[in-house]
Design a protein around this ligand. Sequence first.
Ligand code: ARG
Length: 470
Amino acid sequence: MFALNFTNEVNFMAQLWKGRFKKELAKETNDFNSSIKFDSRMFEEDIKGSIAHATMLGATGIIDKSESDKIVDGLNGILDDIKSGKLKIDMSAEDIHTFVEGELTARLGQTGKRLHTARSRNDQVALDIRMVLKKEIDEISEKIKGLIEVLCNKAEENKSVIMPGYTHLQRAQPITFGHHLMAYTSMLLRDLDRLSDVKRRMNVLPLGSGALAGTTYPLDRNMVAELLGFDSVSSNSLDGVSDRDFCIELASALSLVMVHLSRFSEEIIMWCSWEFKFVELDDAFSTGSSIMPQKKNPDIAELVRGKSGRVFGDLTALLTVMKGIALAYNKDMQEDKEAIFDAVDTVKMCLNAFTPMIDTMTVLKDNMRNAAAKGFINATDCADYLVGKGLPFRDAYKATGELVALCIDKGLTLETLPIEEYKKVCDIFDEGVCEAINLEKCVNDRLVEGGPSVSSIENQIKKAREIINK
Ligand code: ARG
């Protein structure tokens, strides 16, 4: 086989560009130059791209139809053999494109050498990465939808579970756990939208750009685009081969996914602490300590938070690689793959662990409710109650502030402070204030679209489900 048993002819194909050179390539050069360790994962896309190219070459008469048919059969055979494990990819080849073409020529002889007519590895690799990343975007989007579904279900179960909402990590106003979870759903829905936007701009066929200056052959680029499911063809050949904006855009969209998962992780970590104890993670999604027998650690959440750094690093790497490259293709661009594949793989891995962790966690409703009872989070509602009685908001705010100070002095809450004390601060108060500062009422009166009331959460859940099931 090609990988093990080089014939002279195959050896020639192993370095596609060998004709000009008199010396063998130094091993160090090949080790450094070769990208096959990270581009072999594109084998299927590379072969399918070549099948479409060969089909078009046959259809346009650029090569004989009979030869094009043989090439297509040969490529399908290679694809089957790699998938079945019969053909091992040679990890010493320069890249996956070289390997596939070499194998084809080993199988078909002269006919195999016609595949690369009117094509360069520069437009070939630009095509392959686009094809791979389109598939990855679909996969990641499905995983994000899976997380959204879990969040919607959890939000539904917890739509009436009162918890404190925070600003500055200080208890601020009452919300529900359902409301809190749906905030993450909103972020993830934007992530989905961004990914589909990236995919739309990525869905442009670069093949036909040649090395940089197109080709003299009468290609039918639209036919190839249609065969491979691209919306359109690139409009400038220099840009076609040297554009990696789509990798950067994807890394950027994935960075935001990681920002969201990382913020969520941070909250999970806090909520698992004895100081909060708002949730308990399932044993299957927690870890222990090698020395402290009592420990149950939220390692998954911490790792997700940590791995966000990798993805931001990938984005920075891509931006830095691209920023100083004169048109058109330069070898620097081979660095695109490790970075973007790492970002893609990291996000997938994080979602794989994060979603079931959320799905299986126990919500400690009483602890949330108790925390909500303590931080004067109904103070705004108390002020609003006075406004309802005709007091200007600033005066109502001040009176309520005095009540809070009084409660702190006496070790009481607004709920346990006697009505006489209320009246001493402001004589407008009457028994009605008890109802006005009831946390359930405070939450459910917030009927405004986007607010925490049960009906608002139900509406948010319904809309999110509609989007992910579309
Ligand atoms: N392995 C190369 C890459 O990933 C393929 C393109 C090679 N083109 C070239 N002109 N050397 O970028």
